[in-house]
Design a protein. Structure first.
Length: 138
């Protein structure tokens, strides 16, 4: 903040600190209100459970598609463990060299060590990803 005098800057800073402290000390309550509304309203609760199941099933399908795609591309190794993992992320076991190659040559961004965000895989890009992994692992 720019002020004409140091004293005004100190007063302004004091006010800014009060505003910031209030924001950090009192997180918004709307998230809790939304969660309560969804959990306490039968129709919304049912809809939420259905959407949750759809997301879970999509990630499971992406796991299966990734493993099947790697097999179809002739990638050496048994990646069936990816299907047994749970959650949005999967540890692939790919080396940092493979991860770097995917990033540099194919614009596929995976965390070092090969941790994949499966939510980023789609039916539209899974073949591209599997082909790129096959190329990177040659």
């Amino acid at each position: 903040m720019v002020t004409p005098a140091r004293v005004e800057a100190e007063v302004a800073m004091s006010h800014l600190k009060t505003v910031v402290r209030t924001n950090y000390s009192n997180p918004p309550a709307h998230g809790g209100f939304v969660a309560t509304m969804v959990l306490d309203t039968p129709d919304l609760h049912t809809m939420w459970l259905e959407e949750l199941a759809a997301m879970r099933d999509r990630i499971v399908d992406m796991r299966r598609s990734l493993v099947a795609g790697l097999v179809a591309q002739g990638v050496d190794g048994d990646f069936s463990f990816i299907e047994r993992q749970r959650g949005m992320f999967s540890f692939s076991g790919w080396s940092d060299e493979v991860v770097t190659s995917l990033r540099k040559n194919n614009n596929i961004y995976i965390v070092g060590g090969g941790r994949i965000n499966l939510a980023g895989l789609t039916t539209s890009n899974i073949d591209y990803v599997c082909q790129a992994v096959a190329d990177a692992m040659k």
